[in-house]
Design a protein around this ligand. Sequence first.
Ligand SMILES: CC/C=C\C/C=C\C/C=C\C/C=C\C/C=C\C/C=C\CCC(=O)N[C@@H](Cc1ccccc1)C(=O)O
Ligand SMILES: [Zn+2]
Ligand SMILES: [Zn+2]
Length: 483
Amino acid sequence: TVSRPMGLRGKQQQGTSRIPSQFHKEERVAMKEALKGAIQIPTVSFSPKESNTTALAEFGEYIRKVFPTVFSTSCVQHEVVGEYSHLFTVQGLDPSLQPYMLLAHFDVVPASEEDWEVPPFSGLERDGFIYGRGTLDNKNSVMAILQALELLLIRNYIPRRSFFIALGHDEEVSGMNGAQKISALLQARGIQLAFLVDEGSFIVDGFIPSLKKPFAMISVSEKGAINLMLQVNMTPGHSSAPPKETSIGILAAAVSRLEQAPMPNMFGSGSLKTTLQHLANEFPFPTNLILSNLWLFQPLVSRMMERNYVTNAMVRTTIALTMFNAGVKVNVIPSTAQATMNIRIHPAQTVQEVLELVKNIVADDRVQFHVLSAFDSLPVSPSDDQALGYQLLHQTIRSVFPEVSVVTPGICIGNTDSRHFTNLTTGIYRFNPLYLQPQDFSSVHGINEKISVQAYETQVKFIFELIQNADTYQRPVSDLHEL
Ligand SMILES: CC/C=C\C/C=C\C/C=C\C/C=C\C/C=C\C/C=C\CCC(=O)N[C@@H](Cc1ccccc1)C(=O)O
Ligand SMILES: [Zn+2]
Ligand SMILES: [Zn+2]
């Protein structure tokens, strides 16, 4: 079945003709050079308290320089929020249309130079790819959004529907100073958004072995999270006469029990079933039949999902041990051992339920639990025929990527700045208009992150089209009228 946007009819904007998303050679060169320049500014977030503030400030100067029309057009207001984040308000002609938001972040995770084929902050172009930290996560979106607006404004386009562009400077370390402050500011102004588009999903390609065709997954929710520290305190002493158990041994056994006992598979209570039903006909026989009859084959399919790390993360709460600290000297038995873990909560479970499960698995009163931070999974945004944001993305995917035959709702296994905006809208959609293959996924927060020049141009084109589609939206005609 070819999946298609049912709710929207592609009507032309009244009074303003549509501007084709075709860019001159000089514009295409300028847009890739602008991205390279953005990559060269090392806007690294190390921790909530430590970031490269010089680079964050420099980035603000940089976007003023490369997008002069955005900063000088009267229908665009610009504000700096939380010292380094940016909020643009693009005033549309029709105040009766509810505004929307395009969200992205320009801070990046650290990158150690020696592991990379090219220096991570060089923005070097090699074999049609621009390399560097942030080329996929998420300076590509920051630059593509501003670039698309710049090109529309140069062509004298005046939007009908108002929209906001929010660019966070601390997403990689929680978004508390950027996205959260922007959200609070807009709430204080009484703004409600029709929908919001952020990073968090892609056109996924090659993650499921028997599925040869790529499909677009628009994430309509994201997992919750707990940062949890386990600590064991025991009497310290001389290593020449060790006790039977030490803080390190007790803690190591506790975390090993957690690794050996995965959280329950929640496939049956999750939205992944919907995703798979959308995809069923794309699979060869007999998988297509199996996926079309989940009432019968659910146990089999839920086990199939566990075989790969990414799909496994979609069916259960995961626990990743990320920090382990104890001891200062080889002949001193330390008093304290600490292990920190990052837990990602499946939407069918809550923080409290997961903490209970973890305590039951550890089952050792000598292990103390310290919850460093926690939040539940995000509400599921609508993806039905009436859901404006979802339908606009669907429509734009179909026009910019006509070769992609399936667009499906999904869940984001990571967390994004969009979680700070649930007070402003129920329509939060996470989608980056890029193809993502398993090796690209590994490069995000990993080594040799890169984007092809052609993929970046297509991302600009996508946003150029999306902004115009948001202006040409007409109230949906009920699908029943088509039957
Ligand atoms: C049948 C369905 C099948 C398949 C789908 C298959 C594959 C999906 C492929 C790839 C996965 C798609 C998206 C990638 C997932 C996560 C990355 C996206 C966004 C994460 C952004 C991020 O890295 N955030 C950080 C920082 C953070 C932490 C806490 C709060 C806010 C931000 C993070 O999550 O650690
Ligand atoms: Zn990101
Ligand atoms: Zn990231």
